[in-house]
Write a protein that binds this ligand. Structure first.
Ligand SMILES: [Zn+2]
Length: 193
């Protein structure tokens, strides 16, 4: 009898807990009215003709990559990065790359994983482009390390602000943007032909 009542209590408690957890999860994100493309549509989709093919890509020398991971870039972008990193080194600045080429499929996977881990869409789409709008699949986008807001406080960022344009790189999402996309001081695109 006691065992039965205890079991009943446990099952009631677990139902209550699962509701409470679902409720907590719902409260974290606002209702899913967010259109993922809303912030990004004014920038325009990246045309398929600009996507890198396997033949366009080269691996970045590991010493230029955060944790010496394998990262690839489109060839001209890599050349320009190489020249820029050498010049920066003369001023005592070590430029490290956190991320470069990723396919649209990889971008979508990144989005799916972040959403599954509980990141709210309205937060996610401030800094992560929906796959069709991301410039990473062109092979011409670089995220410098650390790829977060703290990058803006680094000497590397201050150096890039002064010098990146001379090497054909442009800060893609500067603080002046007002369309709901957060400032990404770490993200640069190679914009030379
Ligand atoms: Zn980026």
């Amino acid at each position: 009898m006691l065992t039965h009542r205890r079991l009943q209590l446990i099952s009631i408690l677990s139902v209550f807990l699962s509701f409470a957890t679902a409720e907590a999860r719902l409260q974290l994100c606002s209702p899913q009215t967010q259109d993922p493309e809303e912030n990004w549509r004014p920038l325009g989709e990246v045309p398929s003709s600009k996507l890198a093919t396997q033949g366009d890509l080269r691996a970045i020398p590991r010493e230029l990559v955060e944790e010496r991971r394998l990262v690839a870039l489109e060839m001209k972008t890599l050349d320009a990065l190489f020249r820029m990193a050498n010049e920066a080194r003369k001023s005592g600045i070590e430029l490290k790359v956190a991320s470069g080429y990723r396919s649209r499929e990889a971008q979508q996977k990144l989005i799916d994983e972040k959403l599954a881990s509980g990141v709210c869409p309205e937060t996610l789409y401030q800094t992560v482009a929906p796959a069709k709008y991301s410039t990473h699949p062109t092979g011409r986008a670089i995220d410098f390390s650390p790829a977060n807001a703290s990058f803006a406080q680094t000497p590397a960022y201050r150096w890039l602000k002064e010098n990146a344009v001379g090497f054909g790189f442009k800060e893609t999402y500067p603080s002046a943007r007002l369309n709901g996309i957060a400032w990404e001081p770490w993200h640069y695109d190679f914009t030379s032909p």
